[in-house]
Design a protein around this ligand. Structure first.
Ligand SMILES: [Zn+2]
Length: 354
């Protein structure tokens, strides 16, 4: 069934308007001459009609094939008629009529796209980590320490006096750089088992830093390099990098834990996860910056780290020649490549502090 609508018709050949009546029947639009008008009735499949989008102030013109068109005489009547024909506005049209809707949609789209592509998960992980209580870090750290003690480490063979000397120097460095806001930390001395781990240091969630005898012995008599490495690990502790990595790889799990305050499953799976994780380049950069801050606080030149990187690269080369894999645990210092970028960073820092 069809109601007729009075409209103006242009045949596409002349600019003369004809008085016409529009009918829709099935899939066809018929443009018939109004009484007293003389042109040949035209029938067009609806699919070939380009219907106008509604504009707030504009008229209504529907484009027909071969340059012909029909124009509304009365916009309100046209809209009502079009709605009756099942051409109700889509939500897009309705939203476009509301400029605020457009602006909000655009801003949301931009923000979501930027967040996903620029920061994505790290950005979310930072927020979720902030919601995880610090005691969870400590619990995970204890689990990981038990786990690595069973698999990779044995008790240190360093004389207690030597351990104490390093611990004191590190405590003084942290205290000088962060008199007010230092996070809790604990220094644990260990020796690699079966040549595993080698000269290394690693920061566990909760603030425990493991330092291997091999690292202390790598540059005999050079406590400053050891302190630089500890400063780097302290950076990971201060910024909760290990925790952030854990959150990132099990983001959904953590979101659920934060929501329900139950961390049991996550704490149980953390040691395995942490063994395979590495830090992002951003995390390494932040930790190196912290290392420089701590060294400067007690007058150690960041240049010390360049010598250390050279020594560790030599050690890595020897490992390779001996057919040994040094990639034992992702969070360990030796797994963080001494890239040219990192070496340049310490060199520049050394030049700026002189
Ligand atoms: Zn690191």
């Amino acid at each position: 069934m069809s109601t007729a609508l009075d409209a103006r018709f242009f045949d596409g050949r002349s600019s003369r308007p004809y008085a016409a009546r529009l009918h829709v029947q099935g899939d066809l639009l018929t443009i018939a001459p109004a009484p007293g008008e003389a042109f040949e009735a035209l029938t067009v499949p609806l699919a070939q009609v380009r219907w106008p989008e509604r504009t707030r102030h504009g008229g209504r013109i529907a484009q027909l094939p071969q340059g012909a068109s029909v124009q509304a005489l009365d916009v309100a009547a046209w809209d009502e008629w079009a709605a009756q024909q099942g051409r109700a506005d889509s939500w897009v049209v309705r939203a476009q009529q509301n400029w605020r809707g457009v602006a909000i949609a655009f801003v949301l789209l931009l923000a979501a796209t930027a967040a996903m592509y620029q920061w994505g998960l790290p950005w979310v992980a930072r927020g979720v980590t902030a919601a995880v209580p610090l005691r969870v870090d400590a619990l995970i750290g204890e689990e990981v320490l038990v786990s690595v003690d069973q698999s990779l480490l044995q008790p240190s063979a360093l004389p207690p006096a030597e351990q104490e000397r390093i611990r004191r120097a590190f405590a003084r460095m942290v205290q000088t750089a962060h008199p007010e806001d230092a996070p809790a930390w604990k220094l644990e001395f260990r020796r690699g088992r079966d040549k595993q781990l080698g000269p290394n240091a690693l920061a566990l969630p909760g603030g425990t830093i493991i330092l291997t005898d091999e690292l202390v012995r790598l540059m005999p008599g050079n406590d400053e390099a050891v302190l630089g490495v500890l400063g780097h690990e302290f950076g990971h502790v201060r910024l909760r990098h290990a925790m952030r990595q854990l959150v990132q790889v099990s983001a959904v799990g953590f979101a659920v834990s934060v929501a329900f305050g139950d961390y049991g499953t996550l704490i149980g799976s953390a040691p395995v996860l942490l063994a395979t994780l590495g830090y992002s380049r951003d995390a390494e950069r932040e930790a190196d910056a912290e290392s420089v801050r701590l060294m400067r606080a007690v007058g150690i030149s960041p240049r010390t780290m360049i010598g250390f990187f050279e020594a560790i690269e030599r050690w890595r080369g020897e490992q390779k020649r001996a057919g040994l894999d040094d990639d034992t645990i992702g969070l360990a210092f030796s797994s963080h490549p001494a890239t040219a970028e990192r070496i340049a960073f310490f060199r520049e820092a050394a030049e700026n502090s002189n």
